[in-house]
Design a protein around this ligand. Structure first.
Ligand SMILES: NC(=O)c1ccc[n+]([C@@H]2O[C@H](COP(=O)([O-])OP(=O)(O)OC[C@H]3O[C@@H](n4cnc5c(N)ncnc54)[C@H](OP(=O)(O)O)[C@@H]3O)[C@@H](O)[C@H]2O)c1
Length: 233
């Protein structure tokens, strides 16, 4: 039994919880408020899910997912996450987050900033480039299914999509690779964390992520990324 602590219960956190439970993980899920505010969601997720305070989810988790945007000065359960693998699916969106000059200048990435916020945790950028919602325009049956489920395939399927991971910790890459596999995806290791700009909005892999890309396509797309392509919209 592996317990995932999911911090953030919006579109990303709740959909990831659903996929993880289908893959037989147990989930502790939290938002920025109190566990009671997640009653409806937890009932829908079923007996493998429980709502808790964020710090309690972090403390009890075998590994955690931070499923909310980066902000400087965030109050995070730093002590509870120390020593653990923490997945961060954030994308830097200027319209939502404001400008981070050092990220804009290519001096650092938002995921390196998050790693600084969580000293002791083993941060991995993961799940940032897979949609947790259906296609904006539903044209054929299945389009309304989030890409996380729509693109999932069994291991060895010729059209299996791959997802990227970036981390400074090999054990975090190993954990994410296993998690991706159980959810129906191959992995391309785009480490270390300072390389994580290659999987941000505007890059070739980002454009291809809506339809999915095989491991080889993803590897090539990550290599084709150039900083001038970055579009922190
Ligand atoms: N949506 C997608 O398809 C998608 C795809 C790839 C990546 N992402 C990334 O995933 C992240 C979340 O996006 P979203 O679409 O899920 O946003 P969302 O629907 O707005 O949900 C954000 C969630 O985070 C919670 N939260 C905020 N601060 C928190 C804190 N300090 N501790 C615990 N929970 C906290 C919020 O709780 P309250 O409701 O209590 O405020 C809410 O449940 C973003 O960084 C986004 O870039 C999203």
């Amino acid at each position: 039994m592996t317990i995932i602590g999911i911090l953030g219960a919006g579109q990303a956190g709740s959909t990831l919880a659903r996929a993880a439970i289908a893959a037989e993980y147990d989930v502790l899920i939290a938002n920025s408020r109190s566990p009671e505010t997640l009653d409806v969601l937890v009932r829908a997720l079923g007996p493998r899910a429980r709502a808790t305070w964020a710090a309690d989810a972090a403390a009890a988790a075998d590994f955690a997912v931070v499923a909310f945007p980066y902000a400087p000065g965030h109050a995070l359960p730093v002590a509870e996450l120390a020593g653990k693998v923490v997945l961060d699916n954030n994308n830097y969106m200027v319209w939502r987050d404001g400008h981070f000059p050092d990220v804009d200048a290519g001096v650092t990435t938002v995921h390196e900033l998050r790693q600084e916020q969580l000293p002791g945790a083993k941060l991995a950028k993961a799940f940032s480039h897979i949609q947790f919602h259906g296609r904006p325009e539903v044209r054929v049956p299945g389009d309304e299914v989030p890409a996380l489920m729509r693109l999932a395939r069994p291991a060895g399927a010729p059209d299996r999509s791959a997802l990227a991971v970036s981390s400074d910790y090999p054990e975090a890459v190993e954990l994410v690779t296993d998690f991706y596999d159980r959810l129906g995806f191959d992995t391309v290791d785009n480490s270390p964390l300072r390389e994580s700009w290659r999987s941000t909005p505007g890059t070739p892999m980002w454009q291809a992520s809506f339809e999915g890309q095989t491991r080889e396509e993803l590897r090539r797309n990550l290599q084709r990324a150039e900083r001038r392509m970055l579009r922190p919209t």
